[in-house]
Write a protein of this length. Structure first.
Length: 522
């Protein structure tokens, strides 16, 4: 009897330890609502914020982001220096490896960047490296050679980049996935299936554990990551909940640690909570206008649509989150105050529409506004629909599209008016304006103006300072005030739900980018 009792106590103790260990392990899981199903996990095929969040877990470029300032910090490159009037950057690489144990070298970056820039890859963000690297634009356009692109492996651990000018923001820019190293060996081995669990090879702090479409993506620590000592999470789960109210209820129930957006209809309640994290954000909310559409090709129509929107009323009565109404597109930042653009002016809007041949909206065809599934986008679209009907006498229909379909429609030019938002990848006005370069990968409205392109090229070759910012301001005036290529609505504020009494290493910042290295439960 005593032996049986002793055995039972030992068994009970073992079970208690097992349960305790299981509980401890679950405490180190970080559950995020990512908002939607990811478009892809391939860095050369992604373009959205939800994909970027997952990218930062699985991959790391030469540099990463400081969690407080969003400025560049060492990644695969442990240091860098500039020479030749700041037009050449030399990166010194650390000992870094892919998750399958293969070494990452300077040649890895040469081969990866050339793959990304190759015309046949058709990477949406290829214009970013093409803007700053000597010879890259020509290669990407199919008019130049890969040999003339200004990148080279000096030796195994020294990578050299030659820029088109002394671009002060170049290194900060390289945290973006358009500068990622790519596991070309795995891509060659598995083809399109290389991004599946068991096949995906990365070099970030985590590796892909599972991907259940329309449900979740999970990642676990990468044992080959150079900075694994500062990875404290046992697992990250990215949920694909598009309904913001559903996500918020799960957050309140303790089933989620970080909710990346909030439902507008509950914002009054949410703003009273201590775990609501809101701060000014370097990002802009706007509508693309398809410049090739027969009606929207008339700048008078574009300006009339813009001037018929009362942005102050929109942020006060609809979004209600402290957003900053703006007729300009680029957020103000240090040294760059932004522009006013074409602000709310109902009489001028009516006059312009009449001048274009549609007095009081007569004869104006019904147009369609597309937006991706999201209650906030829906409410904004409904406000715009009502404002244009009331103020101009025109009708628009609204089309709610699933994320991947929405992106496909916008990229293919198969739309008239489309919702858009741009969150800065680095803190410089060029990061916003470069979207509208002729043939730019994100130029979904097909805008083209040689004068605008020339000013952007001029700014790219100038040193940092007031003169360069003035050139960029002139470019924005052409884009917005003169040509009204898009309809700006407001400058974002970040809206996140996360309890910072429980989590350490997560900080509000102007880019709303939050690296996972260093995040841990308090």
């Amino acid at each position: 009897m005593k032996k049986i009792l002793t055995f039972s106590l030992v068994l009970l103790l073992a079970l208690t330890m097992f349960v305790s260990c299981g509980k401890k392990e679950s405490l180190n899981e970080f559950i995020i609502n990512n908002g939607t199903e990811p478009q892809s996990l391939d860095p050369s095929k992604i373009e959205g914020v939800p994909e970027h969040r997952i990218y930062m877990a699985l991959f790391e470029g030469l540099v990463s982001y400081d969690p407080k300032t969003s400025e560049a910090v060492p990644g695969v490159a442990e240091s860098w220096s500039r020479s030749n009037n700041d037009t050449v950057i030399t990166f010194k690489l650390r000992d870094a490896y892919w998750s399958d144990g293969e070494k990452i070298t300077a040649q890895t970056f040469v081969d990866s960047w050339l793959y990304y820039l190759a015309p046949e890859t058709a990477a949406v963000y290829a214009y970013m490296p093409a803007m700053i690297i000597k010879g890259a634009a020509e290669y990407n356009a199919g008019t130049g050679s890969a040999d003339d692109v200004g990148i080279r492996a000096v030796d195994e651990k020294t990578f050299e980049v030659t820029l088109v000018g002394p671009l002060a923001y170049a290194v900060d820019m390289m945290g973006h996935y358009s500068f990622a190293p790519l596991p070309l060996h795995a891509m060659k081995k598995y083809g399109e299936d290389w991004i599946k669990p068991g096949n995906l090879v990365g070099n970030g702090p985590f590796v892909l554990e599972s991907w259940t479409p329309q449900q979740s993506v999970t990642v676990t620590p990468n044992k080959k990551y150079w900075n694994k000592e500062n990875v404290f999470l046992d697992r990250i789960t990215f949920l694909t909940i598009e309904n913001e109210t559903t996500a918020y209820q799960k957050y309140k129930a303790g089933e989620m640690d970080w909710d990346t957006s909030v439902p507008l209809e509950m914002l009054d309640e949410i703003k009273l909570r201590d775990d609501f994290q809101s701060a000014p954000q370097l990002s802009s909310y706007y509508y693309y206008l398809n410049i090739e559409d027969p009606i929207l090709s008339d700048v008078r129509v574009r300006k009339a649509l813009t001037m018929a929107i009362d942005r102050q009323e929109l942020v006060d009565k609809v979004t209600k989150g402290g957003q900053i109404p703006s007729g300009g597109y680029v957020p103000s930042m240090t040294g760059y105050p932004g522009i006013k653009g074409n602000e709310f002016d109902l009489e001028k809007a009516k006059a312009l529409l009449a001048e274009a041949g549609y007095p009081n909206g007569e004869g104006f065809p019904t147009m369609t506004v597309i937006y991706n599934t999201n209650e906030g986008h829906k409410k904004i679209a409904e406000y715009v629909q009502q404002a244009w009907k009331k103020n101009l006498g025109i009708n628009v229909e609204l089309a709610n599209l699933e994320w991947a379909t929405f992106l496909d429609e916008r990229q293919s030019g198969n739309f008239q008016i489309g919702r858009a938002g741009w969150v800065g990848d680095y803190q410089d006005p060029s990061n916003f304006l470069e979207l509208f370069l002729t043939d730019g990968g994100n130029n979904d409205g097909n805008y083209s103006n040689p004068e605008f392109d020339a000013l952007m090229a001029k700014a790219a070759s100038m040193p940092a300072g007031a003169e360069r910012f003035e050139v960029l301001r002139q470019a924005e005036e052409i884009l917005i005030t003169q040509d009204q290529a898009v309809i700006p609505f407001y400058i974002y504020v970040t809206q996140n739900m996360i309890d910072l009494e429980k989590w350490d290493g997560w900080y509000t910042n102007t880019l709303d980018i939050h690296p996972y290295v260093g995040i841990k439960r308090k």
